[in-house]
Design a protein around this ligand. Structure first.
Ligand code: SAM
Length: 206
C-alpha cells in the first residue's frame, strides 16, 4: 500500500515534467519498459527506480578509460536500463546483479545481450578484470559498507586489474571515502561520486 501511495508523485513527475517525459521517451525508443518503482524484499534495499539516461551518460563521460577494455557491472540492475545504456559506450562485457527475481526476468528481456545474475550483491564475487562498478543508490548501510569491503577483497585476486566505482546518489559513500584502497576521483554533491582503486592490485597483503 505504501508503495502505491509513493508511486503517485513518481507517476506525476514522469508524465508532467520535461525530465519525466524524456525518461518515457527512452523506453519508447528502445521498445522496453524500465519505468516504475517497486520495493525488493531484502534488508536495507532501496526501492527500484531507473537511472535517468542523461545522468548515466554524463557520469560515464567523466571516466578517463577506454570502455572497450572494461567490464560494466550494474549493482542492483533492476529492469536493466543501465545495462542498455552501457551498450552505447561499447563496454566489452555487461553484467547486471539484481536481488529481485521479477526484476531479473524483466531485465533479461529488456537487455538480452547483457548477463543478468539474480543474486544478492553481497554474494556476488566481482571478477578479477578491469571493471566499472555502477550503482544507482541500490542499498543503505551496513550493506554498502559490506559490499565495499567485498570489492576491496576482490582486488587482491590476480591478475592485477583496475576498478572504478560510479555511484549515483552516494548517500552511503563513507566506506569508499575512508577506504585505504579507493580514492575519490570526482564528487558532484549528493548526485554523483566516482572512486578508483589506487593501483591495479590495490589492497596490500594483510
Ligand atoms: C535505484 S534501483 C537502480 C536500478 C538500475 N541500476 C538503474 O540504474 O536503472 C536499485 C536496485 O537495487 C536492487 N537491490 C537492492 N538491494 C540489493 C542487493 N542487496 N543485491 C542486489 N540488488 C539489490 C533493487 O532491487 C533495485 O532494483
Amino acid at each position: 500500500m505504501q508503495w502505491a501511495i509513493r508511486s503517485v508523485p513518481y507517476h506525476l513527475w514522469l508524465h508532467l515534467t520535461p525530465q519525466g517525459r524524456r525518461d518515457l521517451r527512452f523506453d519508447e525508443s528502445h521498445h522496453v519498459i524500465t519505468e516504475g518503482i517497486s520495493q525488493p524484499e531484502v534488508e536495507h534495499a532501496v526501492q527500484y527506480a531507473p537511472v535517468q539516461p542523461a545522468r548515466f551518460r554524463a557520469a560515464m563521460r567523466r571516466l578517463p578509460i577506454d570502455p572497450h577494455k572494461f567490464t560494466f557491472i550494474d549493482i542492483g540492475s533492476g529492469k536493466g536500463r543501465a545495462l542498455i545504456l552501457a551498450r552505447e559506450f561499447g563496454f566489452r562485457r555487461v553484467l547486471g546483479i539484481e536481488v529481485s527475481e521479477k526484476l531479473c526476468e524483466i531485465a533479461r528481456s529488456n537487455a538480452p545481450e547483457a548477463e543478468v545474475r539474480c543474486v544478492n550483491a553481497l554474494d556476488f564475487e566481482p571478477p578479477p578484470e578491469d571493471s566499472v562498478i555502477h550503482m544507482f543508490n541500490p542499498f543503505r548501510d551496513p550493506v554498502m559498507s559490506m559490499f565495499a569491503a567485498r570489492i576491496e577483497e576482490s582486488l587482491e585476486t590476480p591478475p592485477p586489474h583496475k576498478v572504478w566505482v560510479v555511484y549515483h546518489r552516494p548517500f552511503f559513500a563513507a566506506a569508499f571515502e575512508q577506504s585505504r584502497v579507493f580514492e575519490e576521483f570526482r564528487r558532484e554533491g549528493d548526485r554523483l561520486a566516482i572512486f578508483r582503486a589506487k593501483t591495479e592490485m590495490s589492497a596490500a597483503p594483510k
